[in-house]
Design a binder for this molecule. Structure first.
Ligand code: ITT
Length: 203
């Protein structure tokens, strides 16, 4: 049911690139987004699971229990065929705990020195979860196919965007505007699906 009241949803992420994209993909005047900046004592969630589903669910549940509010979390990663699916769920920490985006990108390029153009296929995956304080939750997935470039290009986005060329494009994700990325990204696919499923329940 539609009401004029704004609902508050917490984004369970400390990744500023992700937070910016989530707010932009799900822009809706009926939603007031809250983040870790709005709370004291935000819990650290160890992403120890081996699947995007388990990690996303864990982040969403821990933060819902902490904030007592509906919470949106997502777990995402880059899967490179030449690297047998790596970095996958370890994408954020591929070059080590607390590694920077640049260090992760360098490690990927280093591992792919011998890889030919045709073998450079990859995809971003995202699993998104909305968890409610009554323990009901909704989950959805999205992916975006593409190729790994030979060098980094572009300044926008975050993570592996400078080396990921989406299928049908000639530029990396970091060379296109956020509005363009949000039409094709794994995150946009997962979040739009999720909000189609839940809009009836929460509005
Ligand atoms: P939170 O857990 O706090 O949300 P995180 O960065 O640790 O932040 P993940 O564990 O889901 O999030 O790791 C996702 C990583 O995958 C992210 O750090 C990037 O390295 C990569 N990644 C995911 N989506 C991406 C995108 O749209 N563009 C570039 N890299 C992306």
């Amino acid at each position: 049911m539609y009401t004029n009241k704004q609902i508050e949803i917490v984004i369970a992420s400390k990744n500023r690139g992700k937070i910016k994209e989530i707010k932009s993909i799900l822009y809706n005047k009926n939603i007031r987004w809250l983040t870790y900046l709005d709370f004291k004592g935000w819990p650290e969630v160890e992403e120890s699971c081996n699947s995007y589903e388990e990690n996303a669910l864990k982040k969403a549940k821990v933060v819902t229990y902490f904030t007592k509010k509906p919470t949106l979390a997502e777990d995402s990663g880059l899967e490179i065929d030449y690297l047998e699916g790596e970095p996958g769920v370890r994408s954020a920490r591929y070059a080590g705990e607390n590694s920077t985006d640049l260090e992760n990108v360098k490690k990927v390029l280093n591992q792919m020195k011998e890889c030919t153009f045709t073998e450079r296929t990859a995809r971003f995956r995202c699993v998104a979860v909305l968890y409610l304080p009554n323990d009901k939750f909704f989950m959805s997935q999205g992916k975006c196919e593409g190729k790994i470039d030979f060098s980094p290009y572009g300044e926008s986005g975050f993570g592996y965007d400078p080396i990921f060329v989406p299928e049908g494009h000639s530029h990396t994700m970091a060379q296109i505007r956020i509005e363009e990325k949000n039409k094709i990204s794994h995150r946009a696919m997962a979040l739009k699906k999720l909000f189609r499923i839940i809009s009836i329940d929460i509005f």
